[in-house]
Ligand binder design. Sequence first.
Ligand SMILES: Cc1ncc(COP(=O)(O)O)c(C=O)c1O
Length: 477
Amino acid sequence: MADMASDRTADGTAGRAAAGKSAGPSGPATDEEGRAAARRRDLAVRAAVAQGLVGGAESGEPLVCLLDTAGIRASARALTGAFASALAPGTPVLHAFAVKAAPLVPVLRLLADEGIGCEVASPGELALARAAGVAPADTVLDSPAKTPAELREALALGIAVNVDNRQELERVDALVSAGPSRSPVGVRVNPQTGAGTIDALSTATATSKFGVPLRDPGARAWLVEAYLDRPWLTRLHAHSGSQGVPLALIAQGVRELHALAEEINAAAGRRQVDTLDIGGGLPVNFASDAATPTYAQYVAALREAVPALFDGGYGLVTEFGRSLLAKHGLILARVEYAKATGGRRIAVTHAGVQLATRTVYAPASWPLRILPYDPNGSPLTGPPLPQDIAGPACFAGDLLATARELPELSAGDLIGVPDTGAYFFTAHYGYNSLPRPAIHGFTVTAAGEVRFALARPAQSPASIVAEAGGDLRDALR
Ligand SMILES: Cc1ncc(COP(=O)(O)O)c(C=O)c1O
């Protein structure tokens, strides 16, 4: 029912308590979109309980994950729209979704319907893109550890390849001289423009493991020569952004990429490099529902740093992951027990390290909001009390939040963990053989009715056994 969507959402209390950094600039439009997304989310929580996707201690499911498909579509359109409105008319552009952010075939298909391809970084991700029906021409292969077999397959299929390093280029040399390929090929460079706030995700430091380091002695000259020697190298790639990297620093990496392309083309005396792959890396706001920074803000930062990027001289490829999916995912978990130990209040839930691995192991870098709901899925009210939100895994540090000010949680209540649509519940960690939960997409009709569609079934105990060598019981006897 539409009137369930009151102005106060479950975020009303939890948003204040989020330990995240500032969300950055958000205008009235992003704020209103965020409120609309929060209303859809609360309707979906109520409906998930009513429709038995999660709930009741006796027989109900303890855990489910939800994806707001209208939100994903809106993000896809914001991405394509932001670049389309800035680029010279007719400029070729491919937005390739970084599959690692949400490796789910129905998600890849939904994005493909919005005109978005796939960036893949493993044979598994390539298989997912192909299963979703994404064309080779809309697929890009990255990865710092491509095997000869992977390279051979990509070139045979006509998938774009970003070569990571000199040794890999020699492998590609051999394959190219063995037979022609339709694959556009480029080299990934590390512009070495600097780190963001999260070391483990910073790809453009002086010592990052990815790409050819542009500022290392001799590297730039080697790269220019490498292109002149290989007329089939027509692209250049950099991925300088990620969570914790400011837009201006990402844009600086793209400026370095553009300058290198100009240098190569000047040396070649023709437009040998015709396409720039600028990677992904737009950060996500984990502190509120505002989807900031926006693609439009990123495009504005790029226009400021490298205006020529948009003049049509180069085709563009982008590889966004997190920014397309994160805001649209919700973990919904039952509070199994609520207890007090040594003066510490602990809500033991079914959402922990298996779904939010980064948060559990690096809580300062990956703070998540916790949204409290009652057993019916209505936002929980009450005076805030500091509570730890624990997961189900058997180690003490399996915590999604500590001393979080929330209405007092009781057994049977639910917690929602928003912003988990990328790199969280789709990047399952198999600790304690905890099963991968079901993922349902949802849409909300104009009348407020919520419709769910299964996007990934829950992992059964039988499949856990099978994946753990169940058919090989006697193999080591
Ligand atoms: C080469 C490359 N492209 C794209 C991405 C996606 O980044 P994000 O999800 O931050 O947009 C990554 C992330 O690791 C990457 O390594």
